[in-house]
Design a protein around this ligand. Structure first.
Ligand SMILES: O=C(O)CCC(=O)C(=O)O
Length: 286
């Protein structure tokens, strides 16, 4: 992929304004159909491997075709997953928001099968949260700092509600708390994200969000790529095989957590941040 493919997809002022004001940004058609199909078959193969063993390694409990399957640290599993890390239609918008001292601190995919036919369908509160767990309790600032964002890619058709859609509370990224009704109603202003396969959804880690139940006949599948600053500790085990790391382009090595020493994450030199060197070469930063 040549440089101009990245340059032409840089974030626009309107997109940056949308993300900063509302905490999210939608990029329709970010991935071509053929790639979505290939990614889906990789996800299906990993899911099937664990279904065959009836064991979910993340929750350390039984896995059946009806369970939600959360699978972190998936970049190691296939070079195709790594290809999305610096995808030309999305990656320029990531650096346009966060800058160049970034890497992939966390990635996961989620498979949300249709609910069991006899599941209890009484309305229940969704699991509204901001990302990053204890960061939200232990960091003392209001609003909390952004630190990271995620790009979600939909592999299944979520263009109608009821398909395990992602829910957000727009503009909530600057709020440390939100009203969460306990009766199963959505928080006031909540929005169901409608997305087609191949669409990308960027969200600020602070944006209050939740997954929802899947009452359709289509298994919901989505890939989530988290980008954060290089000094932010990795949330994944990051067990990228050495061979995959060493044969990756220098910018990918940066995104996979590369650095020449511990201090390079805080005070990088050019060798630690090939993305910065590339942006300078393109005259995109000075
Ligand atoms: O599966 C979903 O839609 C929710 C994912 C989520 O909450 C997250 O990535 O933090």
């Amino acid at each position: 992929m040549s440089d101009h493919h990245y340059i032409e997809h840089q974030i626009t002022e309107a997109e940056l304004d949308q993300f900063e004001r509302h905490g999210y940004l939608i990029v329709e058609g970010a991935l071509p159909v053929e790639l979505v199909e290939q990614l889906e078959s990789k996800v299906d193969a990993i899911h099937q491997f664990h279904l065959d063993r009836a064991y979910d390694p993340y929750t350390e409990s039984t896995l059946t075709e009806y369970h939600n399957f959360f699978y972190p640290n998936f970049l190691k599993d296939d070079p195709l997953f790594i290809d999305l890390l610096d995808w030309p239609k999305t990656f320029p918008k990531v650096w346009g928001i966060l800058g160049w001292n970034i890497y992939s601190y966390h990635s996961h995919f989620i498979v949300t099968p249709p609910r069991l036919p006899d599941a209890n369908r009484a309305p229940r509160p969704l699991g509204w949260h901001q990302d990053s767990g204890r960061v939200n309790l232990e960091i003392e600032s209001t609003p909390r700092p952004r630190l990271s964002l995620k790009v979600a890619y939909w592999l299944s058709d979520c263009s109608q509600s009821g398909r395990g859609n992602f829910y957000i509370l727009p503009d909530s990224h600057l709020k440390n708390n939100i009203e969460k009704p306990t009766d199963g109603n959505l928080p006031k202003g909540a929005m169901c994200i409608l997305a087609k396969p191949g669409d990308a959804f960027f969200f600020d880690r602070r944006l209050w969000h939740a997954r929802s139940e899947n009452d359709s006949s289509i298994t919901r599948k989505a890939l989530f790529y988290g980008y954060g600053y290089r000094w932010l500790r990795s949330k994944d085990d990051m067990t990228i095989p050495d061979s995959l790391f060493k044969t990756s382009h220098p910018i990918r090595q940066q995104l996979l957590g590369g650095g020449t020493n511990a201090n390079s994450y805080f005070s990088p030199k050019d060798a630690d941040v090939p993305l910065k060197v590339w942006l300078e070469k393109q005259n995109l930063i000075s």
